[in-house]
Design a protein around this ligand. Structure first.
Ligand SMILES: Nc1ncnc2c1ncn2[C@@H]1O[C@H](COP(=O)(O)OP(=O)(O)OP(=O)(O)O)[C@@H](O)[C@H]1O
Ligand SMILES: [Mg+2]
Length: 383
């Protein structure tokens, strides 16, 4: 059997990547022209995939530009970040391990890195510093890409995923100022900063009181449109010897409200169930499977929110918009106007709901279907 043409759970950049032509062109042009760029979107719409795609294009065409992608998901401290940053920058600056070792020795004036090669010296090496010294001389690491770029006549593009994680470090406020102060002066290095906590990212980059305000271009990544998902799904089936009609295919993005991850997940489940040609019955079974697979997560999510927040979610389902009107507050037991506004910001900040043109909706379309079934016994089966 052929592999599924639909992929979710990891980033997609080659196979299974679709659309985003204008975003790809814009990001590529920004990064090649020295325009620092921040990408913000709700979770799992495709930020990391877009960056990987653009970086792999740049790697193919632009040999003089070295690229680095660092995921800060597990970075626990400023020092750890600095070591990772230094290692990855050195690694990407050359494909020869002899160069890595000499860069490590020659590029620092005050810091003395400890270097060692990994099990496979062609792909790995490790680098560490005395932590006290590192803290005092972090400028040497933060300026490292610019220093290497100057000495080798190259350029760097540095992409930092889950950037908002830096804000959990001790002493972040001072560190943030330092980062901005050095990076802003770099002429040969371009930064692409993105992350999945939308509200933290917005606060870092869109708050005039913060150092990263106006650091560069902010791209608010949108969803891929329904009409663009349909041919992607139909071709995915056709290329693997199966079939799906356009009208059945169109149910997938419409049920999943064009949410990238879920469109791929539902398409994969349907593809998996389909022998020759997909039918409504397969869509329904797949949808049920998808919601069942995710329901422990949704269960946990609702357990972590308060009773009045839950009521507010129910009011959202019912299409209410005037949450602080007396009738709405009473009808849904939302508490006081203060409760309402506090709960609303909690739900928005934790990316459970968002506001689009004065209407509130769930950020997660499958969670919404589960929620409607759970609390209002609304069926999601298509007839
Ligand atoms: N351009 C695309 N074409 C097709 N599918 C996509 C595309 N971008 C993303 N996806 C789907 O969405 C999923 C999530 O993508 P990705 O991890 O890039 O999103 P993200 O915005 O970085 O998520 P997070 O906010 O969790 O970091 C992928 O696993 C893939 O299934
Ligand atoms: Mg991501």
């Amino acid at each position: 059997m052929k592999d599924s043409p639909f992929i979710y759970g990891t980033t997609v950049s080659e196979h299974s990547f679709t659309n985003r032509e204008s975003e790809t062109a814009k990001l590529q042009s920004n990064l090649l022209n020295g325009i620092n760029t921040t990408i913000i979107s709700p979770r799992r719409w495709g930020k990391s995939s877009l960056v990987e795609k653009v970086i792999s294009e740049i790697n193919k065409t632009d040999k003089n530009t070295k690229t680095v992608i660092i995921d800060l998901f597990s970075a626990g401290s400023e020092e750890e970040f600095l070591e990772t940053f230094a290692r990855e920058v050195i690694k990407s600056s050359s494909s020869k391990w002899e160069d890595w070792m000499s860069s490590g020795r020659d590029l620092f004036k005050k810091l003395i890195p400890k270097l060692s090669l990994g099990i496979d010296p062609n792909t790995d090496f490790s680098l560490s510093f005395d932590r006290e010294e590192l803290k005092k001389n972090s400028d040497e690491v933060l300026n490292l890409p610019e220093t290497i770029a100057k000495s080798k006549g190259i350029k760097f593009i540095i992409c930092l995923d889950e950037f908002q994680n830096l804000s959990s470090f001790n002493g972040y406020l001072i560190f943030e100022k330092k980062l901005r102060a050095y990076w802003q002066r770099h002429k040969l290095v371009t930064y692409c900063l993105y992350g999945s906590k939308r509200h933290m990212m917005t606060d870092i980059f869109n708050n005039p009181a913060k150092p990263f305000y106006r650091f560069g271009d902010i791209m608010l990544l949108q969803k891929i449109e329904t009409k663009k998902w349909i041919p992607f799904i139909c071709n995915g089936f056709a290329n693997t010897g199966k079939q799906i009609d356009e009208n059945i295919a169109s149910l997938i993005p419409s049920l999943m409200k064009d949410h990238s991850w879920y469109v791929q997940q539902l398409a994969h489940y349907i593809w998996n169930l389909t022998k020759a040609k997909a039918t409504i019955a397969e869509v329904n079974t797949a949808l049920k499977e998808l919601i069942n697979a995710n329901s422990p997560l949704y269960q946990k999510e609702t357990e972590s929110i308060s009773h009045t927040q839950l009521n507010l979610l129910k009011a959202v389902v019912k299409g209410e918009t005037q949450f602080t009107s007396t009738i709405v507050m009473q009808k849904h037991a939302l508490g006081t106007p203060r409760n309402v506004s506090k709960n609303k910001s909690i739900l928005i900040n934790s990316d459970i709901i968002h506001e689009i043109n004065n209407v509130y909706e769930f950020v997660d379309p499958a969670f919404e279907l589960w929620f409607k079934k759970q609390y209002f016994n609304q069926n999601y089966t298509i007839v």
